[in-house]
Design a protein around this ligand. Structure first.
Ligand SMILES: Nc1nc2c(ncn2[C@@H]2O[C@H](COP(=O)(O)OP(=O)(O)O)[C@@H](O)[C@H]2O)c(=O)[nH]1
Ligand SMILES: [Mg+2]
Length: 198
C-alpha cells in the first residue's frame, strides 16, 4: 500500500488545501530526517526531497497514501538562520494546519536519536497537548547510536522526557530501513485501512 503513495501537492497557503479524510502530519526540527522517513515508509527513494542544506522547505508537502488519506510534511522548526518574520510565518502555518483544520489527524514528531529530544520538541509536545491534538514520536537515525543502546532504552528515555506512554514512541533508521513495520502498522490502523501487504 505505502509503495503506491504519490506526491499530491506543495502548498504555502494551508487554507487552499482541500479536505481529506485523515491526515498524518510529520513535524520536527530541520534535518532530523523527516523526508527520509517518508521515503523509507513508502519504500521509495525520491518521493520526498532530502536536503543537504537544512531549513529549505518553505511549504507543506502533501502526499497521498490512498485517496484522501494523506501524509503531510511540515517545514522543520528550530532552524537558527531564519528571520523573526519567517518564524512567525511558520507558526501561522502550523497553527492553520494542525489546529484550524478540523479533520481527523495525528502528528508524528520526528527527533534525531543522536541529538536526543530538545527543548523545542518539548515545547511542541506541550503545545499539542494543550490543543488536544493526538501525537506520537518517531526517533530516527537509530543507526547513529552505539550497538549497546537498544530500542527499548531509547523509547524508555524519550517517553520519560515527554511524559508520555512508551507505546507512543517508534524507533527507526531511515538510512538502514529499520523499524518501519511497526510504524506502517500504526499508520494503517489510524487510516482505518485493512492491513494488506505493506
Ligand atoms: N545516519 C542517518 N542519517 C540520516 C537518517 N535519516 C536521514 N539522514 C540524513 O539526515 C539529513 C537530513 O535528512 P532529511 O530527510 O532531508 O531531513 P528533514 O530536514 O527532516 O526532512 C540527510 O543528510 C540524510 O541523509 C538516518 O536514519 N540515519
Ligand atoms: Mg525535509
Amino acid at each position: 500500500m505505502f509503495e503506491k503513495t504519490v506526491f499530491f501537492r506543495a502548498e504555502s497557503n494551508v487554507k487552499l488545501l482541500p479536505q481529506s479524510m485523515a491526515e498524518v502530519v510529520l513535524s520536527g526540527r530541520s534535518n532530523v530526517g523527516k523526508s527520509s522517513v517518508i521515503n523509507a515508509l513508502c519504500h521509495q527513494k525520491n518521493l520526498a526531497k532530502i536536503s543537504k542544506t537544512p531549513g529549505r522547505t518553505r511549504s507543506i508537502n502533501v502526499y497521498s497514501v490512498v485517496i484522501k488519506k494523506w501524509m503531510i510534511d511540515l517545514p522543520g522548526y528550530g532552524f537558527a538562520r531564519v528571520s523573526f518574520k519567517e518564524k512567525e510565518l511558520w507558526n501561522k502555518m502550523i497553527e492553520e494546519c494542525i489546529v484550524q483544520r478540523k479533520n481527523k489527524k495525528i502528528v508524528y514528531i520526528t527527533i534525531d536519536a543522536f541529538v536526543g529530544p530538545t527543548k523545542l520538541d518539548f515545547d511542541m509536545v506541550c503545545w499539542l497537548k494543550e490543543h488536544n491534538i493526538p501525537f506520537k514520536i518517531i526517533v530516527n537515525k537509530f543507526d547513529k547510536l552505539p550497538d549497546s543502546i537498544t530500542e527499548y532504552k531509547v523509547e524508555t528515555k524519550v517517553s520519560q522526557y515527554f511524559e508520555i506512554d512508551k507505546s507512543l514512541v517508534f524507533t527507526v533508521s531511515a538510512k538502514k530501513k529499520v523499524g518501519f513495520g511497526k510504524l506502517r502498522g500504526d499508520i494503517v490502523r489510524f487510516f482505518g485501512l485493512i492491513k494488506e501487504r505493506m
